[in-house]
Design a protein. Structure first.
Length: 529
């Protein structure tokens, strides 16, 4: 709520010197005849800081007893740090509040009003300050003026303490109400921890009471996110079902991995689903840890919640991972497509080792290659990738919404995309025929040939690396057909990237995250409020 201001104390000076300095500092504060006090500019704020310090020093030098400030020990810790004792400790913040007299304050988007009494005390302080400045403006250092100065400084100090007390206590009340969101979240988290302690995590997780507390905590986190997460969207519609579905997906993946009995192919297929679901759970656990740590230092929480770096960081991670959970983990068909794509890319890395380097280094060429691999996977396994493509190119799949059928082997798409699919079918059939006649396993070698082409591109140093397995008598024609298809694919690769860049960027980020095998934002950062 308050700006910091310097407090460079003055050495003990005579009353005459102190008053002379006060007059000089007043002239620096309001150098013109318009008597407008400026505290918004850096120069004006610094001049006001010097002036209020001169006020306190002049009152001390004149031997004036400070007004009663015995209320200050009842301030919260942060305000006690600003007002550590019973000395005058005039601050520009208090001066500004009394002059501006804003009856309304907005905190985290909520409106709060100061009481009528606070505004009355502000007006009294403003009037007392006007009496001081009017005297300083016409100062001639006569005996009568010195007596009047003592009187107006004494009245000013009494009014200042009266307003300071009311204003700060009302700020404390406003801040306490704004911290209630954090307090409520801490209370929900403590209830979860209590149940886990009493019953064990596994047993507690099956209890309806535990699930209710989880729901309450997630709703409160969503509310916190809406008012504090200034770095992202501030969504409050990410429900606890995202967490529950992610936990179920992890259980299914772990069970399937156990049944796979070491089959690297099956485990690889599940790795993406487990990674994305694990991010959702981990971000929730990190948020719980933050709340436990914050419960021990609640007074350090800035009531303007977006100013708390640690809270915002946790909320950013929470929103990012739960958005992915909502869009991809909760949609099993899209999740299956993502898992298959990650597995296909890893298989391609074994065929073309350079692809692994591109992925690890996030080379710019990678972002030309990945949409081609995505299209190749979708064209070979249309049922697996249908939901992926309909989410990225919804305008091409309008009939899905009309029919409600989302598991078709043939895509219900528009005529342009259908023509591209038919072109691929013709090329793929030609490859299968040629490879079969050459004595190769057509499925394996057709996929390997196409994936080499989409990764290496048309400028492959040795075209035999791509087309070497084709029979010599048909290679020229088949190679020409494949190249024609690849040229058409480039246009579709650009469309899937550009139609909705935000969706594509999110999709690519999770693919790269799954490929890297790294956790999302580190959950073990040093604690910050």
């Amino acid at each position: 709520m308050f700006q910091s201001c310097s407090s460079a104390g003055f050495a003990i000076v005579s009353s005459s010197d102190a008053v002379s300095r006060l007059v000089a500092d007043y002239q620096q504060l309001i150098p013109d005849d318009d008597c407008v006090l400026d505290t918004k500019s850096e120069h004006g704020f610094n001049a006001a800081t010097v002036f209020v310090e001169s006020l306190a020093e002049a009152a001390r030098a004149l031997g004036l007893i400070p007004a009663d400030r015995s209320y200050r020990p009842n301030f919260t810790v942060n305000y006690r740090a600003l007002f550590p004792d019973a000395s005058r400790s005039y601050r520009v913040d208090i001066l500004e509040a009394s002059l501006e007299q804003h009856a309304v304050i907005w905190v985290n988007g909520d409106k709060f009003e100061f009481s009528t009494e606070a505004m009355t005390r502000a007006e009294t302080l403003k009037r007392c300050l006007a009496n001081v400045t009017a005297l300083l403006k016409s100062w001639c250092n006569s005996r009568s003026q010195r007596a009047e100065l003592r009187s107006v400084l004494e009245a000013l100090d009494t009014a200042w303490a009266s307003f300071e007390s009311k204003y700060i206590f009302e700020l404390i009340d406003i801040e306490a109400r704004q911290r209630k969101l954090i307090v409520r979240a801490i209370e929900h988290e403590q209830k979860l921890t209590d149940l886990e302690t009493r019953h064990g995590q596994l047993a507690a997780a099956t209890m309806q009471e535990y699930m209710d507390f989880q729901r309450n905590l997630v709703q409160t986190i969503g509310r916190l996110n809406s008012v504090a997460n200034s770095r992202r969207k501030g969504r409050d519609d990410l429900s606890v079902e995202i967490l529950w579905d992610s936990m179920k997906t992890i259980q299914r993946c772990d069970y399937a991995s156990f049944l796979a009995a070491g089959s690297s192919e099956d485990v690889e297929l599940l790795s993406a689903a487990r990674s994305l679901s694990g991010d959702v759970v981990d971000s929730f656990l990190a948020m719980r840890k933050y709340l436990r740590e914050t419960s021990t230092c609640l007074e350090r929480v800035d009531p303007h919640l977006s100013n708390n770096v640690g809270l915002v960081g946790r909320l950013v991670d929470w929103e990012e991972t739960w958005e992915v959970g909502k869009k991809y983990v909760q949609n099993s068909m899209i999740l299956n497509g993502i898992c298959d794509l990650v597995a296909e890319i890893r298989s391609a890395q074994l065929v073309i080792p350079d692809l692994k380097n591109l992925c690890e280094e996030c080379d710019v060429e990678l972002f030309m290659v990945l949409p081609r691999i995505l299209w190749l996977g979708g064209l070979i396994k249309p049922a697996v990738y249908l939901q992926v493509f309909s989410s990225l190119l919804p305008h091409r799949f309008a009939s899905i919404q009309e029919s409600g059928n989302t598991s078709q082997e043939q895509w219900p798409c528009d005529s342009e995309l259908n023509a591209f699919i038919e072109q691929f079918s013709d090329v793929y059939a030609l490859l299968m025929q040629d490879l079969s006649s050459a004595g190769w396993q057509p499925d394996d070698y057709a996929w390997e040939m196409l994936v080499k082409r989409v990764v290496l591109g048309s400028e492959a140093r040795n075209r035999d690396d791509v087309y070497g397995t084709l029979p010599a008598n048909s290679r020229v024609q088949t190679e020409a057909e494949v190249e024609s298809f690849m040229n058409t694919m480039e246009g579709w690769s650009m469309e899937v990237q550009r139609h909705c860049a935000e969706d594509w960027n999110m999709f690519m980020s999770i693919i790269l995250k799954c490929l890297s095998g790294k956790d999302s934002q580190s959950k073990e950062l040093c604690f910050q409020v």
